[in-house]
Design a protein around this ligand. Structure first.
Ligand code: PRE
Ligand code: MN
Length: 367
């Protein structure tokens, strides 16, 4: 074949490529139009039946050098790419990815602003146990010169049904009373829709625990309450799944969601979970919602809370959650990971939260 014939043929191929490209892009526009209609009807982008029908039609029409199997393969990849662009459009329309979700002043929990530039401290015992315990913690927390939220569980989702399950409504009252005496705002976990009203009546912020991150009915119900929500990442959840759980809340009427990295389950036994520090900048890159780090549940030990807290803040966390108890050894749950009040005060100061110079080498809770 002469060089001039080759270049004529290639010119024709080039021209066909351009035509195919125009046709493919026209096809893609139609796919996106179809996608809009399907989304409005609550249908998935992927439609195997429709793909099957189209392939049947095409197979019946196959003539020429490409055999049926090859034509099938070519069109299958067009269908895959079409599903991909539908997914991309769907993702773009997610509320959780909007950059204007959170106002300048951050998410307000009473007078505390989360995500407004200054890191917030969420601290308190694993569980509400006694009025005295709550008083000791609330008064210590109130003295700290930092934006803070008092946390404590009243309904406890324990691994074993034989473990302490929390003081329930009585616990909610004790948390509220301790916070009110010291002008603090509160966050506590809501376990299910049946106790949502009573929990919401007693707390300023509702926490969805790691175990409930996939509980879509609960996510929708907390969204409807209208109070700020602290959404913890499930210990088997991807970052994408956490964002979609937040999307449930955002689509149910609440814009005030704070995300919480609390460690994921890996093969490493040295910590209770593996703190996924990378999740902090990754989440913050995707969403404008504030991101906090729960060090106590991620680590399950108190001796490395300080360096990991530093890492969380350096990674851009909008706040830290730390469990603290006046006598951790007597705690009814998670005693091994809670800091005592003295260690907690040292830690807060070392992080530069408190007054005085940050201390470089403090050993927290080393026995
Ligand atoms: C289309 C895209 C993905 C579906 O799996 C099936 C068909 C296509 O590319 O033709 C379009 C479409 O979404 C549809 O017809 O419902
Ligand atoms: Mn706990």
């Amino acid at each position: 074949m002469s060089d001039s014939r080759l270049s004529v043929l290639r010119d024709e191929i080039d021209s066909l490529n351009q035509d195919l490209l125009v046709l493919l892009q026209r096809r893609a526009e139609l796919v996106l139009e179809i996608a809009k209609i399907k989304r409005a009807q609550g249908l998935d982008g992927y439609d195997p039946e429709r793909e099957f029908e189209m392939l049947q039609g095409l197979m019946a029409a196959v003539t020429g050098a490409f055999e049926q199997a090859q034509v099938k393969e070519i069109f299958r990849s067009i269908f895959r790419a079409s599903v991909d662009i539908q997914d991309r459009e769907r993702r773009r329309s997610l509320r959780v990815l909007r950059r204007d979700l959170v106002p300048e002043g951050g998410i307000r929990v009473g007078d505390v602003a989360i995500g407004a530039g200054r890191p917030v401290l969420i601290a308190g015992p694993c569980a509400v146990e006694t009025p005295e315990q709550m008083e000791e913690i609330a008064s210590a927390l109130a003295r700290l010169p930092v934006a803070k939220v008092l946390r404590a569980g009243a309904f406890k989702p324990r691994t074993s049904p034989h473990a302490f399950q929390g003081l329930r409504e009585e616990g909610l009252k004790l948390l509220r009373e301790a916070a009110d005496r010291h002008g603090l705002v509160t966050v506590t976990e809501v376990l299910d829709t049946s106790t949502l009203d009573v929990v919401a009546a007693h707390t300023d912020m509702l926490q969805i625990g790691a175990r409930n991150m996939y509980n879509t009915e609960l996510l929708k119900a907390v969204g409807r309450v209208g109070k700020p929500v602290l959404l913890k990442r499930g210990f088997m959840a991807t970052i994408e799944e956490l964002l979609l759980s937040a999307e449930y809340i955002l689509c149910s009427g609440s814009d005030a969601v704070v995300l919480c990295e609390r460690g994921i389950r890996t093969f490493e036994p040295a910590t209770r979970n593996t703190l996924d520090i990378a999740a902090v900048p990754l989440l913050k890159g995707e969403t404008s919602l504030p991101v906090i780090v729960d060090l106590s549940h991620a680590l399950g030990r108190r001796d490395i809370v300080l360096p990991c807290a530093r890492a969380a803040l350096a990674a851009g966390a909008d706040g830290l959650m730390i469990e603290v108890h006046p006598r951790p050894d007597e705690a009814l749950s998670d005693g091994f990971q809670q800091l005592d009040l003295a260690s907690f005060a040292v830690l807060v100061e070392a992080l530069g939260f408190g007054v005085g110079k940050p201390r470089a080498e403090v050993e927290i809770g080393r026995e």
